[in-house]
Ligand binder design. Structure first.
Ligand code: ZN
Length: 252
């Protein structure tokens, strides 16, 4: 993503994971034109029995094409994963249903950014009724977000000038750094919707509504605001804060 640091990149395997998550699918195998990088091997290890995921890849040189068919456990020896961080076995892992039991504070507790400026009067351009739908979707995503390590789930709804909404949720990794912000996962959904089409991806982003936990250990507001300003400088960002009961349930 132009103008942003390399660690803002979404890797292909992460992209595929987000699409599977949004489709409510599990993952049993991956096929790619090259072997997954170390970052992605670690990210895939967030799945339950992740070591059993089959990884198909192709190595092409000027003489030959070589196919590789491996298990993730072969590619990630002596792996480190969720259960190494004292996760209870019954706690839902990535791609498993969960509910973070988030309740919103009143809409008095919001932060609004427009054009890289924090609006001190917390006013926003979108009408209250226009905010309601993305806010509901952002809360839904925050409740389904995968944040077992920080207990700081976040969800986001990205609105376009064509009145479409793309949603995303935070996804954490036991190795912390491969984690994805809710804006990353919403951008992946937005890109997927334009697959194969001539699409000006970022300029049609008109607004973003994010739900995160007030004064949480991990917060996304600063990162999301910086990224959004770089991608869509005129977009408005509304952050609404919630609280969580601190328990996680695997069933909705
Ligand atoms: Zn990668």
């Amino acid at each position: 993503m132009q103008g942003l640091p390399l660690n803002a990149t979404i890797h292909a395997e992460q992209f595929a994971m987000v699409i599977a998550l949004q489709a409510g699918e599990g993952i049993i195998s991956f096929a790619a034109t090259a072997a997954p990088c170390g970052h992605c091997r670690q990210f895939l290890n967030e799945l339950r029995e992740g070591g059993d995921v089959r990884v198909l890849s192709l190595m092409v040189d000027k003489f030959d094409k070589t196919k590789f068919d491996s298990l993730l456990s072969d590619l990630l020896l002596h792996s480190f994963g969720p259960l190494d961080l004292d996760q209870a076995v019954e706690v839902p892992l990535l791609l498993e249903p969960r509910n973070n039991f988030i309740r919103l504070h009143s809409l008095e507790l919001v932060t609004v950014y427009s054009g890289h400026r924090k609006n001190t009067d917390r006013s926003w351009k979108m009408t209250a009724s226009a905010v309601n739908r993305p806010l509901d979707k952002a809360l839904e995503e925050a409740n389904a977000a995968y944040a077992p390590y920080s207990g700081s789930p976040a969800g986001l709804a990205l609105c376009t000038s064509a009145a479409k909404i793309f949603t995303g949720r935070s996804i954490e990794s036991a190795a912390y750094n491969p984690s994805m912000s809710p804006l990353h996962t919403a951008l992946a959904a937005h890109v997927q919707s334009c697959a194969g089409l001539q699409c000006d991806l970022w300029s049609n982003i008109s607004g973003v509504v994010m739900v995160e936990i007030h004064q949480a250990q991990v917060q996304y507001a600063g990162t999301v605001e910086t990224m959004l300003y770089s991608l869509a400088p005129d977009a408005e960002l509304i952050i609404v804060y919630g609280t969580t009961a601190g328990c996680v349930d695997g069933a909705f």
